[in-house]
Design a protein around this ligand. Structure first.
Ligand code: F6P
Length: 368
């Protein structure tokens, strides 16, 4: 069993469904199997940056006395009970006086002040890159777990949150289907995914879209309109168009919006596509932007399963003393890969991959 360890866990970057399933698995395995202590760090690296650090301690003994085990509820809960942030790079941290300061040493000190033997960081490529830099600089024994609805972390076939987001986008398309048919409308659904079209492609196929536009495959609006006209000629006067948020306008402009705190976020391409279709075909169009609905809600069974498997495997890596590694899902099993390697490649849709062939085989227009 070895020496009793004290490990930390934090969630970083945008939230998604399945994060709490990871936390639950880490606590069950680390406390239940190894008899270690688990410290949940609040609000990503911000919790370690604070003095004193902000954290909660997970104790199975207390929970064992309760009728309903709170940890069990974590399987059903969206978001992250630890809180998270996708703002404030600790190496150039925005201070109240408007300046940027390197706060990396505060975070590293927080880790050592808590007496942690290792840290499990759940994040996407950006968060894992920052955590790795902190780990290298400050002697942090880091193990990474990939999460992101965008499913763009290299080295893993799937990340936590993607399946739930895809389910939600599919359900949205299912719902739009009937109203589109009832009104003879072209319904455009814009989904998230950052620069990767995984959600749009998967949910588009599963939800029976007629057109799927993803950033990896350049499109011509005339091809999209041709598809709509072909359907109209067959008496099908409605159409479902799935658009990924990073798709550009025909002249190559990215559509984004500046948010309240100054961050630039993708969004709005669905409106452009709908306007183009309306103008060129005369069809009545409507746009739905699914937005953060894809990140919330009850995690799908697949995300609970993946979260549980990743959590257990991350704890085992710590037990084996294997750090600077990320757990990954490959060929129906969990493997570990160096974090540096995992974040080197940004996993976008390969225009030659199976799902693209599937879409083409089904007659779905990809705009090219
Ligand atoms: O990376 C996850 C993601 O949901 C992207 O799909 C989306 O572009 C972005 O985060 C939205 O960020 P925010 O939560 O800051 O609006």
């Amino acid at each position: 069993m070895g020496e009793k360890k004290r490990i930390g866990i934090l969630t970083s970057g945008g939230d998604c469904a399945g994060l709490n399933a990871v936390i639950r698995a880490v606590v069950y395995h680390a406390v239940g199997t190894y008899n270690w202590e688990v410290i949940g760090i609040k609000e990503a690296t911000h919790g370690l940056m604070s003095d004193p650090p902000k954290f909660i301690q997970f104790q199975l003994e207390t929970l064992d006395n309760l009728k309903l085990d709170i940890l069990d509820n974590l399987l059903l809960m969206g978001g992250t009970i630890l809180g998270t942030t996708n703002k404030g790079n600790p190496f150039a941290f925005p201070m109240n006086d408007g300046t940027l300061r390197d706060r990396s040493s505060d975070i590293i000190n927080g880790y050592h002040k808590l007496g942690l033997n290792a840290l499990i960081g759940i994040g996407g490529d950006g968060s894992l890159a920052i955590l790795r830099r902190l780990a290298q600089q400050g002697g942090i024994n880091l193990v990474g777990i990939p999460k992101t609805i965008d499913n763009d972390v290299g080295a893993t076939e799937v990340s936590i949150g993607f399946d739930t987001a895809t389910n939600i986008a599919t359900e949205a398309l299912d719902r739009l289907h009937f109203t589109a048919a009832s009104h003879n409308r072209v319904m455009v659904l814009e989904v998230m995914g950052r620069d990767a079209g995984h959600i749009a492609l998967a949910a588009g196929i599963a939800g029976g879209a007629d057109v799927i536009l993803i950033p990896e495959i350049p499109y011509k609006i005339d091809k999209v309109c041709q598809k709509i006209r072909t359907r109209q000629a067959k008496g099908k006067n409605f159409c479902l168009v799935m658009v990924s948020e990073a798709v550009r306008t025909e002249v190559g402009e990215q559509v984004s919006q500046i948010q309240q705190l100054g961050e630039d976020r993708l969004g709005g391409i669905g409106k452009y596509i709908a306007e183009q279709i309306g103008a060129k075909t005369g069809a009545e169009t409507r746009v739905t932007v699914l937005g953060h609905i894809q990140r919330g809600g009850i995690p799908s069974p697949m995300d609970r399963l993946l979260g549980s498997a990743f959590g257990v495997a991350a704890v085992d890596l710590i037990a084996e003393g294997k750090f600077d590694q990320m757990v990954a899902w490959k060929n129906r099993e969990i493997v570990s890969v160096p974090i540096a390697e995992a974040i080197k490649t940004y996993r976008t849709v390969d225009p030659k991959e199976t799902l693209v062939k599937t879409a083409r085989g089904l007659g779905i227009c990809l705009g090219d």
